[in-house]
Design a protein around this ligand. Structure first.
Ligand SMILES: Nc1ncnc2c1ncn2[C@@H]1O[C@H](COP(=O)(O)OS(=O)(=O)O)[C@@H](OP(=O)(O)O)[C@H]1O
Ligand SMILES: Nc1ncnc2c1ncn2[C@@H]1O[C@H](COP(=O)(O)OP(=O)(O)O)[C@@H](O)[C@H]1O
Length: 398
């Protein structure tokens, strides 16, 4: 029975690294119940039970570790391709090489007061796991810390990939345990006062102003609700405005190219939306603007898209085009509802396949009885008040 392979989540990959480098000692493996857990999809879990182990890989498929049935991990290869790799050192290494002095736990940009406190040899234990840094990306926090102590030979920066496990108390307890593996004298920085100019510039590099951030606008709603019409109108306004580049990822169009061959089963729809989300997130990474207009009927898949975009440093803006089914069916532009009612199209959203209404939409717009300009106005107002994009007409133009 071959050992199955699995790509863990970013949080699990961070936990794996800490398990392997000894920072979570005496833990040597994943726990069956929180916080350091490993969730395997059903198929992989079955195969792992039969084979007695599972191999965890990185995104490129390189096996990183083998996990035995009891959760114990054995290293196969280091996670070595990443920015600031040199800063990711094991606790034993840090203890051996330490030039003395306390270790300070860092979760956010060090202030001028923090830096003034470092008056002798010291180590910055930078908690840069997935979701942990405050107001910065993991790599952004490392860049900020390296910048902050650039002229200080007596300060060493250590990257500690402790991820956010979604419970502040649990994460605090883990942070204490993990920091204690690296040093005996662990302290907190006060975090008070302003940033130095140099640190502020490094923060700005990682966190551009909202209106310069990458942006993904996702229009979601039933077929015929008005997603494509509104998305197209928004697209055209962005092009007319000229300040930003824009890519349109329309549901029908994506299905002819990126998702050609996929159907409308739950699984295929999830694949379709994740592909759209992945491409949109890459666009956002480069501070571009992506306008997506698939039905995107499932809450979890939309949440995944939000995650991809935010991990790429972009802003996610969800527009629920909440035109009721009756109105969509009355419009029936493509004659699909009639066919779905006649049983000629299976799994049709709203008829024979579910649509999970978003509870996290930034704008909800029912287009019934409204002009496109009017409905689009709601979207423009929402984008502008979120500070993301102001395309509202100037008073003299309206
Ligand atoms: N079974 C079924 N259910 C829903 N829609 C169907 C189906 N079969 C074909 N179509 C046409 O495909 C368009 C929806 O594709 P999407 O990629 O947006 O759907 S999904 O997000 O993957 O659920 C949708 O386009 P829009 O009307 O623009 O939404 C339909 O024209
Ligand atoms: N206020 C409105 N906003 C968007 N579409 C509208 C509006 N009023 C009427 N419509 C019509 O509804 C239909 C929506 O179709 P479409 O944009 O292709 O929807 P979807 O992409 O959600 O399937 C179009 O024929 C459009 O002209």
């Amino acid at each position: 029975m071959p050992i199955p392979q699995h790509l863990p989540t970013p949080r699990e990959l961070d936990d794996l690294e800490l398990l392997l480098n000894g920072a979570l000692a005496p833990r040597t493996g994943f726990d069956p119940v929180g916080p350091v857990t490993l969730a395997l999809p059903d198929g992989v879990a079955d195969a792992a039970r039969q084979a007695g182990a599972v191999e965890l890989t990185d995104a490129e498929g390189t096996p990183l570790a083998r996990v035995a049935a009891d959760g114990t991990v054995t290293a196969l290869a280091p996670q070595d391709a990443r920015p600031f790799r040199r800063l990711y050192r094991a606790p034993t290494e840090v203890r051996t090489e330490s030039s003395g002095g306390p270790a300070y736990v860092v979760r956010g940009a060090p202030t001028a007061d923090d830096l003034a406190l470092l008056d002798g040899p010291a180590t910055l234990l930078v908690l840069c796991g997935h979701g942990t840094p405050v107001g910065l990306s993991p790599v952004g926090l490392l860049r900020v810390c390296v910048t902050a102590v650039r002229d200080r030979d007596d300060i060493s920066v250590v990257a500690v990939p402790l991820a956010d496990h979604g419970d502040a108390a649990v994460d605090e307890e883990l942070a204490v345990r993990v920091a204690g593996a690296y040093a005996d004298d662990v302290r907190a920085l006060p975090g008070t006062g302003p940033l130095t100019d140099e640190v502020a510039a490094a923060v700005a590099l990682d966190r551009p102003p909202r209106d310069e951030q990458g942006l993904v606008v996702l229009f979601t709603g039933l077929s015929g609700s008005g997603k494509s019409t509104l998305a197209r109108a928004l697209h055209d306004l962005v092009v007319e405005d000229g300040r930003r580049t824009v890519t349109s990822l329309d549901g029908d169009v994506v299905r002819r190219h990126l998702s050609a061959g996929l159907g409308f089963s739950r699984e295929d729809r999830e694949t379709n939306i994740r592909r759209i989300g992945w491409v949109a997130a890459e666009i956002a990474r480069h501070r571009g603007l992506a306008i997506c207009s698939p039905i995107a009927p499932f809450a979890q898949t939309r949440a995944d898209v939000r995650g991809y975009v935010e991990d790429a440093g972009g802003a996610y803006f969800c527009v629920h085009v909440a035109t009721p089914l009756e109105e969509c069916e009355r419009r029936d532009r493509k004659g699909l509802y009639a066919k779905a009612r006649a049983g000629e199209i299976p799994d049709f959203t709203g008829i024979s396949s579910p649509y999970e209404e978003p509870v996290d939409a930034d704008v909800r717009v029912d287009t019934t009885g409204r002009s496109v300009e009017d409905a689009l106005g709601d979207v423009l107002d929402g984008l502008a008040s979120a500070g993301l994009l102001d395309l509202r007409p100037h008073p003299e133009e309206s």
